[in-house]
Each structure stands twice: as structure tokens, then as C-alpha cells.
Ligand binder design. Sequence first.
Ligand code: URA
Ligand code: CA
Length: 434
Amino acid sequence: MSTVEIIRKKRDGKTLETNEIRELIQGYTSGRIPDYQMSAWAMAVFYQGMTEKETADLTMAMVESGDQVDLSAIQGIKVDKHSTGGVGDTTTLVLAPLVAAAGVPVAKLSGRGLGHTGGTIDKLESIRGFSTELATSEFVELVNRNKVAVMGQTANLTPADKKLYALRDVTATVDSIPLIASSIMSKKIAAGADAIVLDVKTGEGAFMKDEADAVRLAQAMVAIGKHVGRKTIAVVSDMSQPLGYAVGNAVEVKEAIDTLKGNGPADLTELCLVLGTQMLVLSGEYPDSKAARQTLEELIRSGKALAKLKEFIVGQHGDPVQIDQPETLPQPGKIIPLEAEQDGIVQTIHAEEVGLCAMKLGAGRATKEDQIDHAVGILLHKKVGDSVQKGEPLASLYVNRTEALEEVKQRMRQAIPIGTTPVSAPKLIRSIVT
Ligand code: URA
Ligand code: CA
């Protein structure tokens, strides 16, 4: 079928065949199909949607457009966790060693941060010597030995997705559930996951601000998993305020260490236990979620989860002394308290704005070329619903440069409005989609 016929078929609300979708993706990746035809097709999908089968076919066509990581040399079921992106999302730093300590292999390809959300690799690079530049053979060897490794993405994974995402970005076709779902799932499958636990964030700091949309996205991704034989579970979780208290790099490493010691923030701890439980269940090594959760709690209590973090750090040439002495992690020149200007109750904490402020201080990148300052960031002292008194610190700003400081102070104050109306903390776990 010609490209124009494929576009017309979708435009008219008909269902595309597997080979038609494959032809389209192959043609686009190779450059034979031009951007204008692909953008017309994306717009047709935006309006007409896709069936579960079409979405699964699109996912696999994108997986097949590039390299696929072969993790078959790793023993056991490789369960990957993916978050749709949030502010202060420290879960991977906690989950990787925690799940590994439970005997389930964690072979994670990770990225760097861009915009208001941070990247796991940037956070890990706060640790002296830590390297994610591993050869695949070294990566596999580490996972077999320690059950955990994190590698930077070097292979040419899902080039079709890269090209299509860039096109969608400039043609107002990003926010289509089947296109987002296939984009995310193609990357996880190409990275070698046997099973996938998705953390779909919802709320103001999330990509999916509306909860009903987040649930629809979760359902679409779980359906893809079913169609392509990768067990997939999605947890829909709150991202209306930052997760935990720390937003940045070294500050989030410290928060992860605290969490693995059992002294972490309540929301971060709970989310890690919920996601970790799902990962253990999908691995097939645990009979049910009750047994899985008990195991994770015990690994934290006994110190085994923390010991696993050290093993993981040492395996990738990092300095384990910094885990025992987090005060030796990069420290900022100044820590500036942001004081409450009145008594009251924290009404909300605008997550996206906090993420952008941390970026302004140097903790994140506005463009891919920006350098990260691992020492800077934001440490909140309050969460939504907490009472505060005038003069009490709402947050501490970890700073090294003073250019944007006044602006950040101003924006942070507005990001944490204080009022007299009692508010309850937002519900952390909204739903689990299976
Ligand atoms: N994130 C992705 O990876 N893909 C999308 O399409 C949207 C968000
Ligand atoms: Ca955090």
C-alpha cells in the first residue's frame, strides 16, 4: 500500500494492518517517507486513535528500527521500572539496590535529566568515581555478580521513536495516548526488559497532569505489554508535589541513603515499597505481594539493602565511603533558608516550579549541553498539609552561584503558598493497573 493510502486509511478511522504499520515505520526511519507524510499520519492518529493491536504493532516496529539490548546472559527475569518523570523522583536510586537485595536482577539503562525533571545518571554521578559508561559485557557481568548495574544509553535504541518524537513535538501530536504509550514501551522493550513496572505520575509536576489521562496511558501501556508478551503493571502515583524532600543530585543521593536505612521520607519510602513489591511479584520469585513487601521491609531493617547500595557503587568504581559519610558528597558553597512569611498551613507545593527552580540553581539542564552542579538543589522542610510558623524554614536552597538567587527565592515562595484552610496530603498511590 502506498504511504498516502496508509494515511488516508487512518484518517478515515480504519484499522491499519501489522505490515502497513511496519512499512510506515521502516520507511520513515530510512528517510524514504518524508516528515510531511509522517506528520499527517500522526495527526490522523491523534484524531482517530489506534486499537490495542495497532499500538502494539507500532511499538514493535519502533523496537525493530534499531539495536536491541540482549540481556539473555543475565540469569533470571529482568524486571525494569520506568517512571514517566517527576520532580525529586529518587525512586530508582532506592529501588535498584533494594530489589537487587531481594535477589531479583536489576539491569537498568538510564538517561540524563532535561528540563524540570532530573535523571538517574546525573544523580549517581554525584558519587566520586561512579561511572555508567560500561561495555555491555561488563554490564552483564556486574548484574550476574551483584544483581544490579546502571548503564548509560549508548546503543542506537529505537531511532524511529527518536525521529517521530521530535516530529510530534513540533506538530502538536505529542499528547496522543497510543503514541506516548508506544514511545515509552518501545524504549523499555528495546532495552531488554522481560517485565515492566511503570510508575505513571499524575498531577501538576507530571507529564500527565490529569488523573483520568494518566490512567488511560497506564492502561494503554499495560495492554501493549499483554500483546507483546512482556508482563506489565502500572502504578499511578501522585506528582502534584515533589516526591520526598530533596530535589537535586547529591541531596537526592543522601535522601536515597536515608530511605535505604529506614529513615527516608514517608511518601518516597511508600512508593518504593509499592513499586518494589510489584517488581518482585513480576519476577516470579515471590508468591504474592504480601510476601514481597515483607521481604523488602526486612531488607531495609536488616541493613542488607544499604549494603547492596555500597556493592552497586563499588561495582561501578564509586567511592563507598560517601555512602557511610554522606556529608562527603558534593556540598554547596551556601545553604540559604527560605522562611515562611506567615503562620498557616502549606496549601500546595507546585512541583514543576520547584523543579524549574532547582534547574535554575544549576541542578538540571535547560539544554542538552548544560553542565550540572551536583552540589546544588532544594531541600524542602514541609509537605502539603503541614503547619508552619512565621520565620520557620519552608525549604533550604543549596547554592553555588548567586545570579538567579533572588529570582529563585521569589519563585520558591510563590511555589509554596501558605493559607489558613486545612488541607490533607494528596493521596500518593492513586491506582494500580494490571
Ligand atoms: N515520553 C516519551 O518517552 N514519549 C512520549 O511520547 C511522551 C513522553
Ligand atoms: Ca526526592
